[in-house]
Design a protein around this ligand. Structure first.
Ligand code: SF4
Length: 296
C-alpha cells in the first residue's frame, strides 16, 4: 500500500468535491479561495487571513481528525490497548493548543468568546463514539496485524487522474484486509448524502488508480461520529465509476470556462466571478467583510 503514484507538478487546476462545491455555491467565494493572487484591489494578506478563519464545526472536525490520525499511527508502533485517562488528557491539550492558535469566524464576525471546553465536550463525545464503536474493535482485531500497510492521510492532497483529468480525492484511512481494500472517512458534522457519496466514489477511484484494484474489491465508507456513531458505505462498480468519471470531466470543463489560460490556470477578470444570490452562503462566508455583495 506504500507505492502511491507520484505526479509531476503542473499549474492545471485539479477537480475535487470541495472545489466544485465552492464553485457551485458562489463564484466570487471560489475566486477568493483559489485565485486570491489575481485580485488587484484587496491586499493578498487580507484575503489569505479571511481564508484562514476557522469555525467551531470546522475546527472540531479538524481536531478530531488529527487525534484519530494519531491513534492510528500509534497502532502502527504498538498494538497495546489505549490508556483512556492519558488519551483524553492528550485530546484536551490538543484541543486547547489548536483553539488558541486560530482565529474563529464566530469571534471575528460576531465577537463571540470561543470556549475551549465547549469544543472539547463535543470532541470528547466524538472520540468516545469512535473508541466504543464496533468498527474500532473490528479494526483492532482485523486490521492492526497489517498496520504497516495502512495509508493514513497520505502526504499531499490525494492527487489522481480521472478520465485523464487532474483530481484530488484525499482519503482519511485506507487499509487492506485479505484481498479487499477498505477506505474510511470520518465525519463530525451532519450527514450530507449526496456530497458524501461523491466523496466515497472519488476515494474508490483513487484506490482503483493507485493500487490497480477492481472496484468490487474496494469498500468505502463514511463514518459519522456525532451525535451518534453511524456508517454509510457506497457500492462502486464499473458503471458507477464510468458515470462518475464523466461527471468529473464535465465539472472540470465547467471550471475551465472561468479561465483565460487552462494550462497556466489563469482566471478571467474577477467581475466574471459573480456573487451568489443565496444569502445562506453569505451568512457563513469568510469573505463577507470584503465582498461588495455583503448585506450583513
Ligand atoms: S459574501 Fe456571499 S456573495 Fe460574497 S463571496 Fe461570500 S458567499 Fe459570495
Amino acid at each position: 500500500m506504500n507505492d502511491i503514484k507520484k505526479f509531476k507538478y503542473t499549474d492545471i487546476l485539479g477537480w475535487s468535491v470541495s472545489r466544485y462545491d465552492r464553485f457551485s455555491n458562489c463564484k466570487r467565494q471560489y475566486f477568493y479561495d483559489y485565485y486570491a493572487k489575481f485580485n488587484k484591489d484587496i491586499p493578498l494578506e487580507k484575503i489569505q487571513f479571511l481564508k484562514s478563519l476557522t469555525s467551531k464545526p470546522l475546527e472540531t472536525g479538524n481536531i478530531a481528525h488529527d487525534i484519530i490520525k494519531d491513534i492510528l499511527k500509534r497502532f502502527q508502533i504498538s498494538a497495546k490497548p489505549i490508556n483512556k485517562d492519558k488519551f483524553f488528557k492528550y485530546a484536551f491539550n490538543m484541543t486547547e493548543k489548536y483553539c488558541n492558535s486560530k482565529t474563529f469566524f464566530e469571534h471575528y464576525y460576531k465577537g463571540e468568546i470561543i470556549s475551549t471546553s465547549e469544543i472539547y465536550t463535543k470532541i470528547k463525545s466524538v472520540l468516545e463514539n469512535f473508541l466504543n464503536s464496533p468498527r474500532f474493535s473490528w479494526i483492532e482485531r482485523n486490521a492492526v496485524p497489517q498496520s504497516s500497510q495502512w495509508v493514513i492521510e497520505p502526504d499531499g492532497f490525494g492527487e489522481t487522474r480521472i478520465n485523464g483529468f487532474k483530481a484530488f480525492c484525499k482519503v482519511d484511512f485506507l487499509f487492506p484486509i485479505d484481498d479487499k481494500i477498505y477506505i474510511i472517512d470520518w465525519k463530525t458534522g451532519k450527514a450530507d448524502e449526496k456530497k458524501h457519496s461523491r466523496q466515497l466514489t472519488g476515494y474508490s477511484l483513487w484506490a482503483n488508480y493507485h493500487f490497480d484494484k477492481n472496484a468490487t474489491d474496494i469498500v468505502s465508507m463514511i463514518v459519522y461520529l456525532y451525535p451518534q456513531y453511524n456508517e454509510k458505505s457506497v457500492k462502486v462498480n464499473d458503471s458507477v465509476i464510468s458515470k462518475f468519471a464523466n461527471t468529473v470531466e464535465t465539472e472540470t470543463k465547467d471550471m475551465h470556462e472561468y479561465l483565460i489560460d487552462i494550462e497556466k490556470n489563469i482566471p478571467k477578470d474577477k467581475k466574471e466571478f459573480t456573487l451568489t444570490g443565496n444569502t445562506f452562503f453569505c451568512n457563513y462566508c469568510n469573505y463577507k467583510e470584503i465582498c461588495p455583495g455583503n448585506k450583513f
